[in-house]
Design a protein around this ligand. Structure first.
Ligand code: CA
Length: 363
């Protein structure tokens, strides 16, 4: 029996044709897309670095390994603050960081991470996904050959670590503090000296006295860095970062070369990572705060009202000035502020009212 005859007679024709299909599918699957993700975070750093790792893994799994993403910690492929350029020129295809690190490229980038006295984490997501924020962000990063996405949120941060008490605004004068973005500019106007340092360099700078104070994230991350060993007071609230969005930006050419389904997979994975990180921060901040107070005797301090009122006034000036930079910045500023003002009205009768009610004690 010749082969053709055998196949027809045994009904294996369909199977043979099917296996050809499977073979070609496998051949396609083997042609995997290999991407590099550079980050501003120390490799595997809790929440931020692990969030980047999780995102990479999710993209691999969701795409059935058609895209493989190798994650690089700060300094492994490029230094922390060079990831924006690295992805822009295609050295890596993805970058994981926070948009306020790129204020030197475009000041308006800061609206997409955190604004002092600005949007909370929930409000940020609302503005980005349903308030026009994402479109404005895409338009801003387009000029750099990048596609931005929200890929994490630290939730509200803490005010930072200090070795002296902040009783009045005068106590901020001459203070050399690690505080990035707009918060740093506000500190400068209050008489301090802001310093922008990647996470991995903060502890030694504070220990050596190169800086007097620092903010980083919140209890979960600050405990991991061990700041309680080199600073006495832990201040709240994080007026400068009320709900910081972390970003994952993608090289435009690399993204555009993907088939439609993989594009959707990458974007959807980022959205899932955005939600996942915020939930993780809320859960772990709760337990880390207890640990800092009970095991490490950290002294929690509330910024005095006078200090916060002054910082708020300075913040409004600093943020409004960005609007004057160029047309795009003005558009972003106006959208953000309009959203914030409406959100404030709604919050007063929703979350804020509820939280006030919940914290009332029985007589
Ligand atoms: Ca911070």
């Amino acid at each position: 029996m010749n082969r053709r005859h055998f196949i027809r007679n045994t009904g294996l024709g369909a199977l043979a044709a099917g296996s050809t299909l499977i073979t070609s599918k496998n051949a396609f699957a083997k042609k995997r897309i290999r991407w590099k993700m550079v980050t501003t975070w120390p490799k595997n750093f809790p929440g931020l670095g692990t969030g980047a790792n999780k995102l990479a893994k999710m993209i691999e799994q969701m795409s059935d390994r058609r895209i493989r993403v190798k994650v690089y910690g700060a300094g492994e492929l490029v230094p922390a603050f060079e990831i924006f350029d690295a992805v822009s020129r295609g050295t890596a295809q993805m970058g994981h960081g926070a948009s306020y690190y790129w204020k030197g490229k475009t000041e308006a980038a800061q609206f997409f991470s955190a604004v002092p006295f600005g949007l909370t984490a929930n409000e940020m997501n609302a503005w980005l996904y349903y308030g026009g924020g994402m479109e404005l962000w895409e338009d801003l990063y387009k000029d750099f050959g990048l596609i931005p996405t929200a890929a994490g949120n630290t939730d509200v941060q803490m005010g930072g670590w200090f070795n002296k008490e902040i009783k009045t605004v005068a106590d901020l004068k001459g203070l050399k503090m690690r505080i990035p973005g707009l918060g740093g500019e506000v500190l400068k106007r209050a008489g301090g000296t802001p310093v922008s340092l990647p996470g991995g360099e903060i502890f030694t700078s504070l220990q050596s006295g190169a800086i007097d104070a620092t903010e980083w994230v919140g209890p979960y991350n600050d405990l991991a860095f061990g700041f309680y060993k080199v600073a006495k007071y832990y201040y709240y609230p994080g007026w400068h970062e009320p709900g910081t969005t972390l970003e994952c930006f993608i090289n435009q050419d690399a993204f555009n070369a993907l088939p439609k389904d993989l594009k959707l997979i990458v974007k959807t994975a980022c959205k899932a990572a955005n939600l996942d990180m915020m939930a993780e921060y809320t859960a772990r901040n709760n337990t880390a705060l207890q640990k800092l107070i009970n095991d490490h005797q950290v002294k929690l301090k509330n910024f005095p009202d006078d200090v916060l009122i002054k910082l708020k006034q300075l913040s409004e000036e600093v943020v409004a000035e960005i609007a004057d930079k160029d047309k795009k910045s003005k558009k972003i500023y106006q959208s953000y502020m309009k959203f914030r003002n409406n959100a404030m009205d709604w919050q007063k009768v929703s979350e804020q009212a509820y939280l006030n009610a919940r914290s009332q004690t029985h007589p």
